[in-house]
Design a protein around this ligand. Structure first.
Ligand SMILES: NC(=O)c1ccc[n+]([C@@H]2O[C@H](COP(=O)([O-])OP(=O)(O)OC[C@H]3O[C@@H](n4cnc5c(N)ncnc54)[C@H](OP(=O)(O)O)[C@@H]3O)[C@@H](O)[C@H]2O)c1
Length: 201
């Protein structure tokens, strides 16, 4: 699969390296002239050539960025890995919730894209091929398009994840809140290699 990743931060680069290991074609869409070690190009060009796009940019710029490539995103699967993080006096917080979410804002901004919220409840170090003593952790996802979720599920399973579908894109509200539980545990323990796992009967 040809995978386009928007954003060359730690998440974009971790996903690029991981997908490449699994034999996928990867390009990063970026404002930078180039990204070391990864093929890159302006966002619109990367989206145009991709079978699947992951957005991994600062939450504050995510909606504007997808709007700027709305034509290229028409019909495409858009995996939203962002979180609406905002520093606050008490530590980190979210700039949207609990009656809306960044995932929903992104879907509304590009109604022609098939948005799947995923990757936002785990740190970049574990995003591809997580290797934890308790076995595969669970990637929670949300989105309105069943076929898009099936494609993302197969990519996640191929890269070491158990997958739990929370339903429509509005469940991003709870996924973005879950991110804060992940951050709170990390901040309290000073460790950043934990992940959620759903136990089912
Ligand atoms: N860090 C994690 O472990 C983690 C885990 C789960 C989810 N997330 C979420 O994933 C997203 C990416 O996180 P990150 O830690 O990789 O990095 P980040 O610092 O949140 O931002 C990543 C990228 O955003 C892009 N960007 C585009 N336009 C921008 C603008 N005007 N101002 C600032 N940045 C802009 C930049 O890419 P270019 O310079 O290439 O354009 C930058 O490298 C965030 O929404 C974050 O909340 C992060």
């Amino acid at each position: 699969m040809e995978i386009g990743i928007l954003g060359s931060g730690v998440v974009g680069r971790a996903l690029a390296a991981g997908y490449a290991r699994h034999g996928h074609g990867v390009r990063i869409g970026t404002r930078q002239a180039q990204v070391e070690g990864v093929p890159s190009a302006p966002p619109a060009e990367v989206v145009r050539g991709a079978d699947l796009v992951v957005i991994a940019v600062n939450g504050h710029v995510a909606v504007d960025l997808v709007r700027s490539v709305a034509a290229e995103l028409e019909g495409k699967v858009l995996v939203d890995a962002t979180n609406p993080l905002e520093p606050s006096e008490g530590g980190m917080g979210l700039f949207v919730g609990t009656t809306d979410s960044l995932g929903e804002q992104i879907q509304r901004a590009v109604p022609g894209a098939r948005v799947v919220k995923a990757y936002n409840t785990v740190g970049n170090a574990l995003m591809v091929d997580p290797d934890l003593p308790g076995g595969p952790p669970t990637m929670f996802l949300a989105g309105d398009d069943v076929d898009a979720k099936a494609l993302v599920t197969s990519l996640l399973e191929e890269t070491g994840w158990d997958v739990a579908d929370l339903g429509g894109i509005e469940a991003s509200r709870w996924l973005e809140a879950m991110c804060m539980a992940w951050v709170a545990y990390g901040a309290r323990t000073g460790t950043w290699t934990h992940a959620f796992r759903l136990l089912r009967s």
